[in-house]
Design a binder for this molecule. Structure first.
Ligand code: ADP
Ligand code: MG
Length: 385
């Protein structure tokens, strides 16, 4: 799950990471009067969208006066924003964060990522902050510092000091920085994150060290350990994805037009690959789970068919613990409850497959059966066309 900047900063606050004072957050439709703009200013008005590069896209604005801060906030709410990270698609600004502005003397890049190769967290940092790290990796890879971290011990003191030297942290901010770096690693480990990024970490004109931006991505599979986080909205999930989550179906929307209903994540992945090999594109990843019953199958059909892009539905179910005849009855029952107005291709395999196929054949429902996954994928691609 990706956290918005202010949500990430709320996490940082719990770890004592130094940040600028917040004037407030305003959501679409809310009053601008809740902003606490009683200080001398200036303020920075920031669009809360799940994409970096907001600065260049007009999503970070400086306001010299309180009136200007309110005006800019009002203008930013509801704005459509395209940054280099949104893949050409605009994002609607639904929330705006207003922070006190600071006088920036230096910008530093620092993040903690998961190093899959070494199975450890890794700090990635650069003294050249502010600019895009992807760009820096391309043009000046030697300026990127990489430091593996022990997941049990966290960042060790000597490592934090080494990092401070490598980043040329001024003497005055040295202790502040090493404490900050250790806390950043703690956030990564304790919050089960896959990314914690501060870009930029700044040193201000009056020599303070401040995390000016935050980007946190947490691992959904560890959400059960973070009740408060789990209760928060997933900003990236579509309405269909949210509904699927509520009823316990693993669903991820994709761009294609073949709706897939599969049991088991591995089989679902294989189905997506096979559809692709057959020249088509799946509209979703959907895993009904191991113990799919009529209810689950009915709900899965409802979810798949909510996506207007779907031109054919491919059901690929392996009857292991569940028997194929039960699954077939489930599909028949479900198709009575849900109006399936696109071609339906079913491939069953496993225990009692013969009985299962007979149930489908005798049901009178327009179902095209396939003997193999490859055949099913080809039929689905053809039907969708
Ligand atoms: P993004 O990464 O999406 O572009 P940032 O939060 O990093 O958004 O902001 C972009 C730039 O705006 C920063 O690099 C910094 O120069 C400036 N900026 C952001 N917040 C503040 C702030 N509170 N005070 C002063 N400048 C800021
Ligand atoms: Mg940034």
């Amino acid at each position: 799950m990706k956290l918005l900047e202010y949500e990430g900063k709320d996490v940082f606050a719990r770890y004592g990471i130094p940040m600028q004072k917040r004037a407030g957050i305003v959501k679409i439709g809310e009053s601008l009067d809740t902003l606490k703009l009683d200080g001398p200013g200036p303020w920075v008005v920031k669009a809360q969208v799940l994409a970096g590069g907001r600065g260049k896209a007009g999503g970070v604005k400086l306001a010299k006066t309180a009136a200007e801060a309110r005006e800019l906030t009002g203008k930013m709410l509801g704005m459509q924003m395209i940054t280099h990270q949104t893949g050409g698609k605009p994002l609607t600004v639904e929330e705006v964060l207003v922070d006190e502005a600071c006088d920036i003397a230096r910008e530093i890049y620092i993040s903690v990522v998961l190093d899959r190769k070494n199975s450890t967290p890794m700090i990635v940092a650069s003294a050249e902050g502010g600019m895009s790290i992807e760009e820096l990796a391309q043009t000046q890879p030697e300026k990127i510092i990489k430091l593996p971290v022990d997941v049990e011990a966290g960042l060790l003191d000597f490592q934090a000091r080494q990092l401070a030297f490598d980043l040329n942290i001024p003497q005055k901010n040295f202790r502040e920085f090493t404490a900050f770096a250790r806390q950043l690693v703690r956030v990564f480990i304790d919050e089960d994150a896959s990314l914690v990024e501060v870009n930029p970490l700044v040193i201000t004109g009056d020599a303070r060290l401040i995390a000016l931006d935050s980007k946190i991505i947490t691992d959904d599979n560890a959400l059960f350990r973070h009740k408060a986080q789990a209760a928060k909205p997933d900003h990236e999930a579509s309405e269909i994805e949210k509904e699927a989550k509520e009823i316990g179906i693993n669903y991820i929307g994709l761009d294609g037009d073949i709706g897939c209903m599969v049991n088991g994540a591995g089989l679902a992945m294989a189905t997506l690959d096979t559809v692709k090999m057959a020249g088509g594109d799946a509209a979703n990843f959907l895993d009904v789970g191991g113990g799919a019953n009529v209810d689950q199958i009915t709900r899965a059909f409802q979810i798949i068919l909510k996506d207007a892009k779907v031109k054919a539905v491919l059901v690929n179910i392996f009857g292991g613990i569940m028997k194929c005849d039960n699954i077939a009855s489930g599909v028949v029952e479900a198709s009575k409850k849900v109006k399936i107005n696109v071609p339906l291709i079913v491939r069953l395999e496993g225990t009692n497959v013969k009985e299962g196929r007979e149930i489908l054949a005798r049901s009178g429902i327009k179902i095209e059966q396939a003997g193999s996954l490859w055949e099913a994928a080809q039929k689905a691609v053809k039907a969708a066309r």
